[in-house]
Design a protein around this ligand. Structure first.
Ligand code: 4AD
Ligand code: MG
Length: 431
């Protein structure tokens, strides 16, 4: 079975394409059918003189999103959309789609999201999904090639990882469970077994904020590395991201074109990422605020907000790594430098904001227990986590990268709700 993406190498051969009608044009004796099969869109030329009457009638009767099979000959032709077309010998309609709700006219976002199960078939959404696949594959390929093992973390958990305010609670027989906010704590246990690991899975945050960067269910990949320091963590994240940009440039040119995304931007970002400490970032932001370059409530010591991230991204024009955060704004498990700074790193990407959050983990059992108490976390539930520091504790660190934020950054799609097949947000649980 040949797919549209493979046609270039079948010039002159007879093929059978199976798919859906994206669009049709032409009348009289010549019809042009744009057939999509998920791998791409191909123009099929149906001439009344070269097909049977039944085939021509079927071709004429096709409506948007009707399913069809076309047999024909491949013709590589620079002038055709996609550089190749199929000259049809036979056309069969499998099922006629009547009144497909998403037409080429403009629809509002609410309508499109209500029809998300169909909207996925549009050119833009298909391109986003193919890039999403490539991004994930690149993350995994990079890490697999670097000696990491994939060890997944559970989704039902008894305790919080990233603060207690965004936990989804659920009944678990006669106990209470929480949907995981991050697989990190378990990845730390796995790293103590296998040295270099990553987990990948859905993660959940009861985010009450309605922003273009927040989902309640998103997919996160989390590498965890025994014996790593902050620089090691930053290096892995940077190399993995640069590899991902290279892979998208190599394999997704047509998708970038469908999204009107300049490949040169991705080329520009494949550079060594500037690294700065929080205090330096704060200096810049406060200076820009004072100069009236942007508006923000940011004060030294605060976490960065969306406008602050946007400014940093804009200023550097490539992903920036901010390290050494005020401990008060970061999670309980982060190791500190003795001067009130957490050895954490956020990677801030132009326009998309924070795509990576990582850190060196506190490895001393006593200090960690103290942090758990300071954060009012249930000591009992963390005994297993403290065990990792009781039995052969080693320095270690890792990071989490949000798949949808990364896709939003690379594709230039502004809202993360379009970067996941079926988004879950404050106001949306269906389809
Ligand atoms: O910075 P976060 O909260 O870090 C952690 O969860 C760590 N435990 C990860 C680790 O060190 N293993 O989240 C990491 C990333 C963010 O940088 C962002 O890309 C994504 O997860 N993220 C979200 N993406 C979409 N919607 C949300 N509500 C997100 N919250 C975080
Ligand atoms: Mg974060």
């Amino acid at each position: 079975m040949v797919r549209v993406s493979e046609l270039q190498s079948h010039d002159g051969e007879a093929v059978t394409l199976r798919g859906w009608l994206y669009k049709a044009r032409g009348k009289g004796k010549l019809l042009f059918l744009l057939l999509r099969d998920g791998s791409g869109i191909c123009q099929c030329v149906v001439s009344k003189d070269s097909v049977s009457e039944a085939s021509f009638a079927a071709a004429k009767a096709l409506t948007q999103e009707s399913s069809l099979v076309v047999e024909g000959t491949v013709k590589v032709d620079e002038r055709a959309p996609g550089g190749v077309e199929v000259v049809a010998a036979k056309v069969d309609m499998l099922q006629k789609a009547e009144g497909y709700p998403i037409t080429p006219k403009e629809h509002g976002i609410g309508f499109l999201m209500d029809h998300r199960h169909l909207w996925l078939r549009s050119k833009r959404q298909m391109a986003i999904l193919r890039i999403r696949h490539r991004v994930l594959k690149s993350f995994r390929d990079y890490l697999d090639g670097d000696g990491f093992f994939c060890v997944d973390s559970p989704i039902f958990t008894p305790n919080a990882c990233e603060g207690t305010s965004t936990l989804f609670e659920t009944k678990y027989f006669d106990q209470t469970a929480y949907l995981t906010q991050s697989g990190q704590l378990y990845a730390e246990a796995s790293a103590m077994a296998l040295g270099k690991v990553y987990c990948f899975g859905p993660t959940f945050r009861a985010e009450k904020s309605k922003t273009r960067r927040h989902l309640t269910e998103f997919w996160m990949l989390e590498p965890e590395i025994a014996f790593a320091n902050l620089e090691d963590v930053c290096d892995v994240a940077e190399k993995m991201l640069r590899y991902t940009l290279q892979q998208v440039l190599e394999h997704n040119r047509q998708d970038l074109a469908d999204l009107e995304r300049e490949p040169s931007l991705l080329e520009k970002w494949d550079c060594s990422f500037p690294r700065l400490q929080y205090e330096e970032a704060a200096d810049l932001l406060l200076q820009w605020k004072e100069q009236g370059l942007y508006e923000s409530e940011f004060q030294r010591g605060d976490d960065l907000g969306a406008p602050d991230e946007t400014m940093l991204g804009q200023h550097f024009g490539c992903p920036v790594m901010v390290t050494h955060w005020p401990a008060a704004v970061k999670a309980f498990y982060m190791k500190q430098d003795g001067e009130g700074h957490a050895l954490g790193v956020d990677i801030i990407a132009p326009t998309a904001g924070e795509i990576v959050g990582g850190a060196v983990r506190e490895e001393d059992a006593e200090v960690l227990l103290q942090r758990i108490r300071e954060h009012n976390l249930p000591e009992d539930a963390f005994q297993w986590y403290l065990d990792l520091r009781r039995y052969g504790s080693v320095p270690h660190g890792g990071f989490g990268i949000g798949l949808e934020r990364t896709v939003s950054w690379i594709t230039g799609v502004e809202h993360v709700r379009e970067c996941i097949p079926f988004p879950r947000t404050l106001g949306r649980l269906s389809p």
